[in-house]
Design a protein around this ligand. Sequence first.
Ligand SMILES: Cc1cc2nc3c(=O)[nH]c(=O)nc-3n(C[C@H](O)[C@H](O)[C@H](O)COP(=O)(O)OP(=O)(O)OC[C@H]3O[C@@H](n4cnc5c(N)ncnc54)[C@H](O)[C@@H]3O)c2cc1C
Length: 467
Amino acid sequence: MKEKLVDSLKNLISGEVTAEKEFLDFYSLDSSAYSKRPRLIVFPKSTDDVKKTIRFAKKRKIPICARGGSTGLVGSSLTTGIILDMKNFNKIKLSKKHVIVGAGVSKGELDLILKRNKKFLGPNPSVGAFCKIGGMVANNSSGSRSLKYGSVIDNLLEIILVDGNGTEITLPKNKTISKKIAKISNETDHLYPHVTKNSAGYRLDVVTENNSQKIIAGSESTLGIIVQAKLRIFDIPKKRQLTVVGFNRLEDALYLVPYILRLNPSSLEFVDETVIKNIPHKFKDKPKCLLMIEFDANVSKSQKNLDSLIHKFSIIFTSSKKTDVEKWWSYRDSALFFTLKNIPKNQLVPHVIEDATVPPENLKYLVTFLKKITKKYRLKFVVYGHAGNGNLHIRLISNSKRNLNKLHKEFFSFVISLDGTISGEHGDGIARTKYLKLQYSPHLLQKFQYIKKQFDPSGILNPGNII
Ligand SMILES: Cc1cc2nc3c(=O)[nH]c(=O)nc-3n(C[C@H](O)[C@H](O)[C@H](O)COP(=O)(O)OP(=O)(O)OC[C@H]3O[C@@H](n4cnc5c(N)ncnc54)[C@H](O)[C@@H]3O)c2cc1C
C-alpha cells in the first residue's frame, strides 16, 4: 500500500518521495514533547511539485503539512499524513530594505548573507541558525530584539503559498482573496488581547486588504504551504550597549520593566536563577534574577537615564564592546538549553503554559500568580523570557503529571484576565489548540473557521492545529 502511494507520487513530481523507516522515524519527532508517525516524506523541487502533492493528498484525503528546521515546540509540524520538507526552496534575493527568501532557507544561512551586507532580520528566535524561514513565518517567530524590530508578522511584506486546493497564491497581490480576508478582519480588533506579541490563532486583528499576507504568519501549515516570503530587513546599528542588572526578587525586576520601557530599549530580557547558575561569570551577590537591557540608538542619553533608574541594584555588566555583548546574548539564548539540562528527565513536564504574554505592567501579577499556582499543585518552575514584550517562558518541574490540565486552564484564564495571550511566540499546535476557546470568543472562532474554509475547503492542511 505504502509502496503504491510512493510510486504514484514519484510519477507525478520531480522531487524525492520516501516512506523508508529511517525517514519516517526522523520526521515522527520535532522539538516538542509529542510524536506522530507520517506516511510519506516529500522533498519538492518546485512550486509545481508542491501543487501536485497537495492535489494528490486532497484526492486521497491524506493530511499534509510542511517541515522546516523541526525546532517548533508545540508539535505543529507532526502529522500522520504527508510531510513536505521544503529544503530545496533555498534561494535568497537581497535588496536594500527587504529580502526575498525561499521557505527552506535556514535562519543561519540568511544571517550570514545579511551580516556581510551590514543588515539583519528583526525576529531572532533563540534557537538561532537552525530554524527555517517557512517555519519562522508559519510560527510567527520572534526573539530578544522583537521589542524594537517586531515579530515575523510585523516584517512580512509578501508571501507566496500553495493553498489546500493546490493553487498558488501571492498575498497581498491577489486582490480577490485580500478583499475577502480584509472584510472578515474588520471589527475584530477588540476581540484580541492588547499585547505586542501574539501567536495564538489567526491574526485577523492586523490584516487589511493591503496587508493580507499577515494572515499566514502563525498559521502553522493550516492555510497553505509557504514557498517564498519577502521580509523587511534593517541596517546593523553602529553601537549596541548592553547592561545586565541583578535582583534579589523576581517581582523587583518585573516591577521595573514598564519604567525601563519608557527609555525605548532595543531589547529587555529576563532570566531566573536556574539560567544564572549556568552562566560562566563570577556573580558577587548571588542574584535571583537578571534583567538584560540593550540600547542601539541614542545610546549615551538612554544609558544615562537607565543608570539613574537602576543605581540601587547590582550592575553586573555594562559595555558596548561587541564581543562581550555577543557573549552575554549567547548566555540568554542558551536559557532553554540550560533549563532542560537542569531538569531530570522524569521531572520534565510537556511545554504547554510556556510562552504566555501580557501587557508588561501586568508581569508582576503574572509571576505572583505563577508562584501561587505552582505551590497549589506542588510543582517547581523555571522562568525567563522577553520581559519587554511581557512574554514569559515557563518550564514546569514535577514528578507527577496529575492535575496538569487543571493547572493549564487556571493559568491561561488568569493570563487572559490580564489582557494577555496564551501564546506570544510558539503558537498553538498540539499543545495549545484546545485552549484557544478560552482565549477567543465563539464569534471569533467562527471567523477562524471561515478563513480556514477559504484556503483549505477539504481540511487536509495540518488538521487539528488552530482549528
Ligand atoms: C531552543 C529553542 C529556542 C527557541 N527560541 C525561540 C524564540 O526565541 N522565539 C520564537 O519565536 N521561537 C523559538 N523557538 C521555537 C521555534 O524554534 C521557532 O518558532 C522556529 O521559527 C520554528 O522554525 P522551524 O523551521 O524549526 O519550524 P518547524 O518546527 O519545522 O515547523 C514549525 C511550524 O511551521 C510549519 N511550517 C514549516 N515550514 C513551513 C512552510 N514552508 N509552509 C507552511 N508551514 C510551514 C510547520 O508545519 C509547523 O506548523 C525555539 C525553539 C527551540 C528548540
